[in-house]
Design a protein around this ligand. Structure first.
Ligand code: ZN
Length: 70
């Protein structure tokens, strides 16, 4: 009997990035996604969905968008 392989990763995602605030290669913790109403996103010229990440070094919350990959 085959075991089904399930990804039992915890909800917390992390990634290593260079922090734009403290300019340190740091581990960022994914806090979640922030969604904006379309009208707001358009007026601010931001994507409707942005990811919130917290720097493990200076604990600043920043956003990464997928804009660069679009
Ligand atoms: Zn930082």
């Amino acid at each position: 009997m085959l075991k089904s392989i399930e990804e039992k990763q915890p909800q917390v995602n992390t990634c290593e990035q260079t922090c734009p605030t403290c300019h340190t290669q740091s581990v960022f913790t994914h806090l979640g996604q922030q969604t904006w109403p379309k009208a707001v996103a358009q007026s601010l010229n931001i994507p409707a969905i942005v990811d919130l990440w917290r720097c493990g070094n200076c604990e600043t919350t920043i956003t990464f968008t997928d804009e660069d990959t679009m």
